[in-house]
Design a protein around this ligand. Sequence first.
Ligand code: AMP
Ligand code: MG
Length: 475
Amino acid sequence: MINFTNSYNQLPNEFYSNETPSAAVKPHLIAFNDKLANELGLDCSSIDNEKLAFVFSGKELLEKGSYISMAYAGHQFGHFVPSLGDGRAILMGEVTDREGLLYDIHLKGAGRTHFSRRGDGRSSLGPVLREYIVSEAMYHLGVPTTRALAAVLTGDDVFREDIFPGGVFTRVARGHIRVGTFEYFFSREEHHNVKTLSDYAIARFDKDLIDHEDKYNQFFDRIVTRKLSLVAKWMGLGFIHGVMNTDNTSISGETIDYGPCAFMDKFSFDKVFSSIDRHGRYRYANQGNIALWNLSVLANTLFPLLKRDEENDEEVVQRLQQKFKEYSAYYEAQWLKVMGNKIGIFDPHPSDSELINDFLLTMENHGLDFTNTFRSLHNFDFVDEEISSRWHQRLKEQGKGFDEVRELMDSVNPFIIPRNHQIEKAINDAIDGNFEHFHFLRNAFGNPYKEESDLLSLTVEPLAGEVVTKTFCGT
Ligand code: AMP
Ligand code: MG
């Protein structure tokens, strides 16, 4: 059924713990992503739903699966926690897809692990459905992300602020190595393991660097560019991750951990959804800064590897400080490209950032919907006349036709995004046993840039009583 090619369980014992999933009593399949299964080369087409539910809840173990939990640490809201690890996730195993790339298949909510501490290792249905919808939408929006392979009901209840049905979510990722994985070994002064982890990650994500004479610096550069270009993409979609802790910062450059995340309806620079982000550390406009902060934590763990033969410590520090100035400029350039394209500028210049910010400020002042306002720019109309005329002037300078500009804008300003109130409805209905809205949403985002009349309901902003103001980690 699954031809595993496991590698993480070949690493030293300190990297992981062997596990047996325990959560599912009477598994029932909610959804299975056949298309993704096919891309991954999984042989599931002839398998019935009952068997899929057993396998993707962990009730039935596959012979060649690895079933391990991974060790990691992390900075949560700026505070270091030396031991986190997969407390409610189990790596079922790794597979090589049709293109030859390695992917992790991860069961989330399959029961207690070595790292569960006081947690129950489970997941309630809500976070399972939320991650399914949002991660698949992200993928189709063109943003690197973990993906959704399956959602299963466990058949028993989970106790949170209320009693909810339990669920298991199967997540697929290019990898689950986080900044926090490096911190785990660094904080234990196991520098040999930081090196082992780096070499493993290079072989997995940046194979072409294996024989490079300055491979660790090159590797770090790759991680930085992947992460910063990812965050710029989030900014272009009004996406707020909500919990950008270093343990939720993947070095593969994928969006990972869809806990309290949300897409904005009305635009605001300082928008925060997460109930636990009391000081707005992870607010919309701060995501670039936080990504850089997380990357500086990673640089610290890699310090001995980044040091070149001819350098002393002081010189490495100076070089890295200079590098971080360049990284900050790189992020600005990525942001400019993403946002400039959204207003129809093909090749934005730094001087365009003023115009972009004026658009955003006006949207905030008028309480405008982020997605719909950008999408409507293909009519070449904006509420503020002064900004509009500067904008038209700038578009004219490009010497491109209306159609070309419209095409660019429509390729980056989505028609639909998964709005919070729609996700909430899907979850609430599902808790009552009705999965219709969930299935509607999971099928709606095949091409979110294309206008479809039967999806018009998803472009509508929430009514006053439907607005979701707070989101939760779903732990
Ligand atoms: P997260 O908020 O999902 O990034 O999780 C932070 C840490 O808490 C990770 O180490 C998780 O494995 C752990 N965790 C979250 N929820 C649970 C749970 N229900 N049981 C055990 N560990 C959990
Ligand atoms: Mg996490």
